[in-house]
Design a protein around this ligand. Structure first.
Ligand code: NAD
Length: 489
């Protein structure tokens, strides 16, 4: 494993097919959250460096868009194979910098590879359409053309996968691209780019610049970029969406979430509880599709509450690199402090702790940012723990009388990323999918995560824009429908 080769280095930018040291004065420590050791440093690159990447991508676009589509996707296939060849190493790096359990990293990389696989369908996804004789002897057609330089701004929770919601589709369609990883977790992208570099993608087609607001602002302000895909908090997303409008950029902004999971009295509890546990505690609750609130309807409440606490006690917490560990630490000290402050807030607002994950000590990893499974009862809809994104392993339970009350609570929340119902009634399930305003609906599924061929949806404050990441939506986002009307004399 080559992980140590990256250790405590300042990670480099990848511009125009070359690894370039940033001239940034400021760096940010990359910390293994299970051990609190510094494992690398991220440079806060300058606007000048961001512009160099744009220049490279702009220059590469001229040739790349004329590269036949099957040649373009051959590169994607090779990158896909190279990721597969380095699969375990990539998963380990991901766990080291982000903290999630190794099996979760494996799941994330499976999805990463699936995104590449889906983008290899570009020749059919990017097909235009035509109509003959719109008037006598006149034909009309739509050709879907690539546009130029796009970029993404990625969050800390899925450092391996999120950029592949976008760039394989952009590049496959003939655009060129710049990835800006989260400064908290740059190493997964660094390793991916080392692998991509060996595959020999033409220079400038895919670039990476590390940093924060200065880099992103330079991308948005440049006349030479076309659009941005942002994934992160709603607070930052709104700021950037506004700025993207100001600079006439295309933008798709995937923001924060508070996902409500509703359990009806007729749910099959034995199979529902494990799904709920994965939903709330998977990735230590740091998932935009994570369960945020558990709505227990009517008679479901008592047995569900007991079963949830019992199942929560059995979740094994530890260093994600150890096989069998189900839940790793929070990804940062800041993230841990945020979760702890929400637990305090819940208590202050009168909720009752049924299981307290604070102060958990993991042998050999006493300095890790661990919080154990935590369950709150007697939660009211207006409490902070029921309203805001905690991004940690906390289950707030609200007892509601019926489906209408559940949906009322869901709709009063600002977010609309995902929501699930557990029931054995087809008509309840149908009503739920019909009425609930959330972009991803689960029916007896805890994490309704769309696969690569489907749009990664989201509504309300969880998404700004119209075309989503992944699949056909992504292809539409990265292309323009040019209408051509022809008549030959
Ligand atoms: P964040 O908003 O703090 O950061 C996201 C990215 O924005 C980072 O790359 C960061 O460098 C950049 N950034 C931060 N401040 C900026 C500024 N002022 N100007 C320009 N760029 C700036 O988010 P995070 O903490 O990394 O990620 C967690 C959030 O992401 C959660 O809210 C989670 O729900 C959300 N998320 C959403 C989805 C989705 O699909 N809806 C998926 C994953 C994560």
């Amino acid at each position: 494993m080559e992980v140590s080769a990256l250790a405590v280095d300042v990670v480099k930018n990848y511009i125009n097919g070359r690894w370039v040291e940033s001239k940034a004065k400021e760096t940010r420590d990359v910390i293994n959250p299970a051990t609190s050791e510094v494992i690398a440093k991220t440079p806060m690159s300058t606007a000048e460096e961001a512009n160099k990447a744009i220049e490279a991508a702009k220059a590469a676009f001229r040739r790349w868009r004329t590269t036949p589509v099957f040649t373009r996707i051959r590169y994607l296939n090779r990158i896909r194979d190279a990721f597969e060849d380095n699969y375990e190493e990539l998963c380990k790096i991901l766990t080291m910098e982000q903290g999630k359990a190794i099996d979760e990293s494996r799941g994330e990389y499976r999805r990463t590879i699936e995104n590449l696989e889906c983008a290899t369908s570009i020749p059919s996804l990017q097909m235009g359409y035509n109509t003959e004789d719109i008037a006598a002897g006149i034909d009309e057609m739509v050709i879907k053309q690539p546009l130029g330089v796009f970029f993404c701004v990625a969050p800390f929770n899925f450092p391996g996968m999120v950029p592949t919601w976008f760039w394989p589709f952009a590049v496959g369609a003939g655009n060129t691209y710049i990835v800006k990883p989260s400064e908290q977790v740059p190493m997964s992208q660094v390793r991916q780019f080392e692998i991509i570099d060996k595959v020999g993608l033409p220079k400038g087609v895919l670039n990476m610049v590390h940093g924060d607001a200065e880099v992103v602002n330079a991308f948005l302000e440049s006349p030479d970029t076309i659009g941005m895909s942002f994934v992160g908090s709603t607070r930052v997303g709104k700021l950037l969406y506004k700025k993207a409008g100001e600079y006439s950029k295309r933008a798709q902004v995937q923001g924060g979430a508070k996902n409500f999971l509703t359990v009806m009295p007729d749910a099959d509890l034995e199979r529902t509880v494990p799904a709920l546990i994965t939903s709330f505690y998977g990735c230590t609750g740091q998932r935009c599709l994570a369960g945020g609130v558990l709505l227990a309807v009517g008679d479901a409440y008592e047995p569900l509450k007991e079963a949830i606490v019992e199942a929560s006690r059995t979740v094994s917490v530890g260093y994600g690199l150890e096989e069998g560990v189900q839940m790793g630490p929070l990804a940062s000290k800041q993230g841990m402090d945020r979760v702890l402050s929400y637990i305090e807030k819940g208590l202050e607002e009168g909720a009752e702790l049924l299981l307290d994950g604070r102060g958990i000590k993991i042998k050999d990893y006493e300095n890790g940012y661990f919080v154990g499974p935590t369950v709150f009862d007697k939660v009211k809809p207006d409490m902070a723990i029921a309203q805001e994104e905690i991004f940690g392993p906390v289950i707030p339970i609200i007892h509601v009388k019926d489906l209408d009350e559940a949906i009322e609570i869901i709709h009063a929340n600002r977010y609309g990323n995902a929501s699930s119902v557990f029931t054995s009634s087809g008509s309840v399930a149908r009503e739920y999918q019909y009425r609930v305003r959330a972009g991803n609906i689960g029916i007896n599924i805890g994490i309704a995560a769309p696969i690569a061929t489907f749009p990664f949806s989201g509504m309300k404050d969880s998404f700004m824009g119209d075309l989503h990441g992944q699949g056909k939506d992504a292809v539409d986002f990265f292309t323009e429908n040019k209408v051509v009307i022809t008549r030959w004399f």
